[in-house]
Design a protein around this ligand. Sequence first.
Ligand code: NAD
Ligand code: ZN
Length: 369
Amino acid sequence: TLCCLQVIKYRAAVAWAVGKPLSIEEVEVAPPKAREVRVKIVATGICRTDDHLLGGLFPYVEYPIIPGHEGAGIVESIGEGVTLVKPGDKVIPLCHPQCGECNFCLNPNSNYCIKTHFHEPQNTMPDKTTRFTCKGKQIHHFMWCSTFAEYTVMPEYAVARIDATAPLNKVCVLGCAFPTGYGAAINTAKVKPGSTCAVFGLGGIGLSVVMGCKASGASRIIAVDINKDKFAKAKELGATDCVNPKDYTKPIQDVLTEMTGYGVDYSFEAIGNKDALIAALASCNMSTGVCVIIGEAPAGTLLSVDPTLLLTGRTWTGTMLGGWKARDSIPKLAASYLEKKFNLDVLITHTLPIAEVNKGFELLRGGKR
Ligand code: NAD
Ligand code: ZN
């Protein structure tokens, strides 16, 4: 119908330049073009990746931009040729899309897609134009999601349709934090029952790793963070030991190796810190240990590693969105949440209106969420 094809004026949080707080603006969003959908965003989480964006740590991003990539909403209108969703469908925007056609999408063992931002900058829609305008200026998209807005436009293969009964204010964390951390343990590391795990960093991602290790039957889960306020929740979710590197003078990898004899079976870095990346690798056992990189280190970071750490047989790998093929798997995770197979509610520490988005970032930076 015609009403669906109009430009909509709505509120969004715009980052005009690096280092500036977000400003709430009235933004115009154009109708979706062919194979695109316009989504009314109902809820969104704040991930550290959004903070990295505000701090200018992503070289490929263009400002002004609407950040946010961990949301949930309802399809408001669809462009020509859209077959995957229809207006009224509840959806999760995908920061890691699944085009379904590329070599990676066709490979059952991969969750990569050539439509991710590593391959194709997602500052504009695939036709190289943006759908957002504010004060006469084009506003860029972020990972095609731009969920810090009341409406967004995305390619149809970058949204996952979920159950109509899913509570959007809870399942928004299925857009990033939960599948990334949980999948890092169960898909990427394939944690075995009875094993020992170490999780570095206990933000939304690290806590989800703890849940994944617990669900996999790990017998010991060592949670590592420099903020001791994070330990209570980690314990509630299954951590058996909590370690604060600040309490020791020796390197944290030595502490973990002593605690476990030869190092853990699986280690996870969910911080994005140069030293912690190496410490996590050195903390897993020298032969069969597996270390998974989840944290995103600032662009340009280079690591210097003693090759002996790998020579003895350790496996060093990484994960994007926890290895899930997003469009296929996020709906299944939403269904499992509705069946109470895991708890997403613990990941939600505060609920704020969009006008207070900067307060949300202050809470994140202050370690309060
Ligand atoms: P967060 O900031 O909420 O959590 C990070 C935690 O690490 C905090 O609790 C902090 O106290 C702790 N920490 C900081 N420095 C530390 C150190 N030296 N030793 C031990 N603990 C330390 O972040 P988050 O939202 O959970 O995201 C974690 C990382 O994952 C970020 O780098 C983010 O960009 C990345 N990420 C990756 C993917 C992916 O698909 N691979 C997806 C989303 C986010
Ligand atoms: Zn693909």
